[in-house]
Design a protein around this ligand. Structure first.
Ligand code: PEP
Ligand code: MN
Length: 370
């Protein structure tokens, strides 16, 4: 059971203490307090855990400080909406507000290669007013003989260059627990020139020890990618590992499903699940068209399949787009063939603007009486 307190009621309020005492007077019930920082107000939620099935909701609803009492209906209790009973929660990180209402694009290198290319990417993003990017330092590869990423060695200059161009968030995959500390140390050494969102790749979607590790630190937010060969429910439960560790600053990312029925795309595009994940969870939802489509194939209408897939997700309300972009794809050490070109970036960003505007127009249309 989750008790949502009225906005700005502090946990130290005497009524809240009485409420917790009442909850804990039931056998085998304990409580956990969670504070959620919204754009304009903060919310406190009290989780009743343990043997709560038999506890009535009415005595809690009668407290003046209580906004609502919601029964937990899904296993993914921290990230779930529980039948719509709970509002979405966003977060702010390094000056960027991310929620189920916001929209950001994270273009960048699938894998960091040279200083020149990283500099060129961040410079171009800055020219387009973009403060969020991707840059992979630790790469999980299908073959052990493929480039595995520059690892910790590139972090100082990647962060320094991000700071130089005003990039506020870089999403960066981690594949083992020690990478988290390497990133934190390198960020501190550059005087927090930028911010990092820890990316959990699809291959590690059920690496529960890694999920616990990114969840038990609260300094860096997490971008969790759906597992490519498991059910959505399994991915949501896996994502709950992050939240249950204490870190609630999470974006859920759709990146396509592995099935030959997705051919000729690298993965079967699953962006129809954007509204589904927004309904089932409180999390902002991102799409990764690059790892879904996996090529620069052109449709007969002149738009890349990548543009079309992205549009599907954005018109359905996606809050973020993670997209591979490379100034010299022929030099890329990973996924060059699916990267957007410099010449394509302005048109891609304009396409995003058009489609996001169409999504907002759809919402305005809903608000208009028929
Ligand atoms: C990536 O974004 O670099 C990546 C490897 O994606 P995924 O984990 O979705 O395959
Ligand atoms: Mn890639």
């Amino acid at each position: 059971m989750i008790i949502v307190l009225k906005a700005d009621v502090e946990a130290s309020h005497p009524e809240v203490r009485r409420l917790i005492e009442l909850a804990e007077s039931f056998p085998d019930v304990h409580t956990e307090l969670h504070r959620i920082q919204g754009a304009t107000r903060s919310l406190t939620e009290i989780y009743l855990l343990g043997h709560t099935g038999v506890i009535p909701t009415t005595p809690f609803q009668e407290f003046a400080c209580v906004e609502k009492v919601v029964r937990i209906t899904e296993k993914f209790r921290s990230i779930g909406r529980h039948g719509g009973g709970l509002d979405a929660v966003g977060f702010e990180y390094n000056g960027v507000r991310i929620s189920q209402d916001s929209f950001h694009c994270f273009p960048g290198l699938c894998a960091v290669d040279t200083r020149e290319n990283v500099d060129a990417v961040f410079r171009l993003l800055a020219e387009h007013g973009i403060e969020t990017a991707r840059a992979g330092a630790y790469k999980p590869r299908t073959s052990p003989y493929d480039f595995q990423g520059h690892g910790a060695a590139c972090l100082p200059w990647v962060f320094e260059l991000a700071g130089k161009h005003g990039i506020r968030i870089v999403t960066m995959e981690v594949t083992r627990e020690s990478h988290i500390e390497e990133i934190q140390k390198a960020l501190a050494a550059t005087g927090f020139a930028t911010g990092v969102m820890l990316q959990i790749g699809t291959r590690n979607a059920q690496n529960f020890e890694l999920l616990k590790a990114v969840g038990q630190q609260t300094e860096l937010p997490v971008l969790f990618k759906r597992g490519m060969g498991i059910t959505l429910e399994e991915s949501l439960n896996a994502c709950e590992y992050v939240a249950s560790g204490g870190n609630r600053r999470i974006i859920f990312c759709l990146r396509g499903m592995k099935t030959n029925l997705g051919d000729p795309h690298r993965n079967l595009v699953d962006f129809a699940h954007v509204p589904v994940v927004k309904r089932l969870t409180r999390l902002p939802v991102c799409i990764d068209p690059s790892h879904s489509v996996g090529s620069r194939a052109l449709a007969p209408d002149g738009l890349l399949d990548l543009f079309h897939a992205t549009a599907q997700g954005v018109i359905a309300g996606a809050n973020g787009v993670l997209v591979d972009f490379h100034p010299h794809p022929e030099q890329a050490l990973c996924d060059g063939p699916q990267a957007l070109l410099v010449s394509e970036l302005p048109r891609f960003l304009e396409d995003l603007r058009i489609v996001r505007e169409a999504y907002q127009a759809r919402l305005r249309n809903l608000a208009t009486p028929p």
